[in-house]
Ligand binder design. Structure first.
Ligand code: ATR
Length: 288
């Protein structure tokens, strides 16, 4: 059958979305959403939107006025988006940042944060037997990415989260803000002891990323059944994951978190909850 629109041109009723950031050229979101738009044959477009921080507010309002369905917001604008939204999801409020904005027909802006959702969904897909409530989690880091992971793990019923960050004060401030007694701050050098009896270890630091130092942690005390995951996905196999795999622990890489966090936005803007598949992973990672 001949496709009705073989050139995939936009129509007058195309749904529009994109990703705002500064810079935004590194973002994989246009490739990711573009893949899903083509796969599901949707009359829509998802574009990179480079917006300098000082123009953020005006740009967001303009996108709404231009009839966009919504936008993703990336660093450094995730915190800036919060006060612009008329309504926030509970998780966005608790995480303290917005990565997905949806414009409603009446012009209201609804802010959500899907990073923690992406983190959990990735683990569920890659390690279907995972039981977040079954034992303590060790979380390394206390930066922006960590907040979403903490909130999500608490929501999944994690009984205890041992939080270790190089700058202890930052971990303490974060624990205080989230204000849940299940978060226990531990000294960074004591992380090897904190992994004893844990069922999950998560790296949320930038260590192990291309161009950054390695994450060096002794995993000798970690039960072999514990799942080890990294939110770094460049490289896909970080030293932490390699070390964990060598000693027989199950591992999950960080790419899926990026792919799954995009699903709620795509669903709201384009009407389909899209699938995360191996083909999508390969496509997002391929250089062309
Ligand atoms: P993001 O918002 O992406 O999480 P970030 O706020 O810069 O980025 O946080 C980076 C995380 O990596 C922090 O937890 C940071 O620790 P500090 O709070 O002590 O800075 C951690 N990190 C970065 N370089 C590190 C290093 N060389 N050793 C240990 N932790 C490091």
């Amino acid at each position: 059958m001949t496709p009705r629109n073989p050139y995939r041109t936009l129509s007058g009723t195309s749904r529009l979305a994109g990703v705002m950031g500064w810079p935004v050229s590194h973002s994989k979101s246009p490739r990711l959403h573009g893949y899903w738009l083509a796969k599901y044959g949707i009359d829509g477009c998802y574009m990179p939107l480079p917006v300098e921080p000082e123009n953020f507010q005006a740009a967001l309002i303009s996108l709404r006025n231009l009839g966009f369905s919504g936008v993703n917001v990336t660093i450094p604008q995730k915190e800036m988006a919060m006060p612009e939204c008329d309504e926030l999801s509970d998780r966005a409020r608790r995480i303290g940042a917005v990565n997905t904005v949806t414009f409603s027909k009446d012009g209201r802006m609804w802010g959500d944060n899907t990073d923690g959702y992406g983190f959990i969904e990735n683990l569920r897909q890659e390690a279907p037997d995972i039981a977040f409530a079954s034992g303590p989690a060790v979380v390394l880091g206390a930066g922006g990415a960590c907040r979403a992971v903490l909130v999500a793990l608490l929501d999944e019923g994690s009984p205890e989260i041992r939080l270790a960050n190089r700058t202890r004060k930052r971990a303490e401030d974060l624990a205080k803000e989230i204000n849940d007694p299940r978060i226990k701050v531990v000294d960074w050098p004591l992380a090897p002891e904190a992994v004893a009896g844990a069922s999950l270890v998560v790296n949320t630091t930038s260590l192990g990323m291309v161009g950054q130092p390695k994450l060096e942690i002794d995993l000798a005390g970690l039960p072999q059944t514990a799942l080890v995951t990294d939110i770094v996905y460049a490289p896909l196999m970080t030293d932490l994951l390699l070390q964990a795999k060598e000693r027989g622990n199950p591992i999950v890489d960080g790419l899926g978190m990026l792919l799954h966090q995009a699903r709620p936005g795509f669903h709201r803007w384009f009407g389909i909850d899209p699938e995360v598949t191996q083909e999508l992973r390969d496509f997002v990672l391929s250089p062309d």
